[in-house]
Design a protein around this ligand. Structure first.
Ligand SMILES: Nc1ncnc2c1ncn2[C@@H]1O[C@H](COP(=O)(O)OP(=O)(O)O)[C@@H](O)[C@H]1O
Ligand SMILES: [Mg+2]
Length: 308
C-alpha cells in the first residue's frame, strides 16, 4: 500500500469568537481516491479544508499530506496541494493566461506553457486565454479557479463546493475533469451538499455535521448497509386479503388489492428470495415485480437527522 495522501489526526478548530467548528476530526485519504465530504451548510467542511491546507490554524491536532506536516513543513506541503476555494477570488483585470501562469510561478516553478495550454484546453478556457477575468461569466471564472489550482501540478486537489451556483453544463464538465484527474493519479477531495455529486463521483464518502465526522465508508457499502429496498409485486388478479404466510414475513397489501409490498434493509439479501418462495406457495399469479433502492440522499438525511 502506498502512503496515504492525507492523514488528519484529532483536528479541532475553535474560532476566535469561541465557536468550535471542528471537533476531534480524524480522517485518512488514500492516494488516488476521490473522497466526498458531505454535510449540510455550516457543518465545518470549509473549515476542515482551510485548516488542512494551512489557510487556517488548527486549535489541536495535525494533518499530514504525503507524510509532510502541513504546519511544520508548510511550504513543502503546499506545493503538493491544489485548492479551489468555495469563494471566487480572481484578479479582475488580469488575463486568463497570465492569472494561471502567475499562479504557477508563485510556487517557484519554472514556466511550463505546454502545461498551462493543456489545462486551459481541458477546461474549455483556451479561447478565452487573452480575456481579462472581469469579462468572464461566473462559470468561466470558476474554471479559472480550477486552472489556477492545477497550475503547479498538485498531487492532491481540494474542491470546496465545486458545484455551488454552477450551471448543469459546467457541473458535467467538472465531473469529467475530476474523473480524468483521478486517472492521472491525482487524489481528489471535494466537499458538497449535493448528494448527487457524491453519488456520481466519489469512491468514499465522509459525512460531517456539527464539526464532527459521523461516518466514513465506501459509497457502495454505505448504500448497501444503510439503504432500504422496497419491493412491489403486482398481481395478475386482485385479492381481498393477504395470505397469512405473506403477512407473517412483513409484506403488506395495497388498497386496490393488486400489489404486495415489502420493505427491507438492502443488506438482508435473503428477503427477496423468501418473499418469492412464499408467493410461489400461494399460487398467486405475478404480473410484475419492481424494486426501489433508497438513494444516498435518503441515507444522508437519516444520518444527519439522527445527529441533530
Ligand atoms: N471565521 C469564523 N469565525 C467564527 N465562526 C466561523 C468562522 N468561519 C466559519 N465559522 C462557523 O463555523 C461553522 C462551520 O463553517 P464552515 O466550515 O464554513 O461550514 P461549511 O463549509 O460546511 O458550510 C459555521 O457555523 C460557521 O458559521
Ligand atoms: Mg463551505
Amino acid at each position: 500500500m502506498s502512503e496515504p495522501a492525507l492523514v488528519v489526526e484529532r483536528l479541532s478548530k475553535t474560532y476566535a469568537n469561541g465557536f468550535t467548528a471542528l471537533e476531534d476530526v480524524s480522517l485518512t485519504i488514500e492516494t488516488g481516491e476521490i473522497f466526498a465530504l458531505l454535510g449540510p451548510n455550516g457543518a465545518g467542511k470549509t473549515t476542515l479544508i482551510s485548516t488542512v491546507c494551512g489557510l487556517s490554524q488548527a486549535s489541536e491536532g495535525n494533518a499530514k499530506i504525503f507524510g509532510i506536516d502541513t504546519v511544520a513543513q508548510y511550504k513543502q506541503a503546499r506545493t503538493l496541494v491544489g485548492l479551489v476555494p468555495q469563494e471566487l477570488t480572481t484578479d479582475a483585470f488580469e488575463t486568463v493566461w497570465n492569472t494561471v501562469s502567475f499562479s504557477r510561478a508563485l510556487f517557484g516553478l519554472p514556466p511550463n506553457p505546454a502545461h498551462i495550454e493543456n489545462i486551459l484546453k481541458r477546461l474549455t478556457l483556451w479561447e478565452k486565454r487573452n480575456s481579462p477575468l472581469m469579462a468572464l461569466s461566473g462559470g468561466m471564472k470558476r474554471r479559472v479557479m480550477i486552472a489556477k489550482a492545477l497550475s503547479h501540478e498538485p498531487k492532491i486537489l481540494f474542491l470546496d463546493e465545486p458545484s455551488a451556483g454552477v450551471d448543469v453544463s459546467l457541473r458535467r464538465d467538472m465531473w469529467t475533469m475530476v474523473s480524468d484527474l483521478k486517472q492521472q493519479g491525482v487524489t481528489i477531495i471535494l466537499t458538497t451538499h449535493y448528494i448527487e455529486e457524491a453519488e456520481e463521483l466519489a469512491d468514499r464518502v465522509g459525512i460531517i455535521n456539527g464539526g464532527k465526522i459521523l461516518l466514513v465508508n465506501t459509497k457502495r457499502e454505505l448504500m448497501e448497509q444503510l439503504g432500504q429496498k422496497h419491493l412491489v409485486v403486482t398481481l395478475a388478479n386482485p385479492i381481498a386479503t393477504l395470505p397469512e404466510s405473506l403477512s407473517a414475513i412483513g409484506a403488506t397489501l395495497n388498497n386496490a388489492g393488486d400489489q404486495v409490498q415489502l420493505s427491507y434493509e438492502t443488506k438482508d439479501t435473503g428477503r427477496l428470495g423468501e418473499l418469492m418462495e412464499m408467493l410461489a406457495q400461494t399460487q398467486l399469479k405475478v404480473a410484475d415485480i419492481q424494486t426501489e433502492q433508497s438513494s444516498l440522499e435518503d441515507i444522508f438525511l437519516s444520518i444527519v437527522g439522527e445527529s441533530a
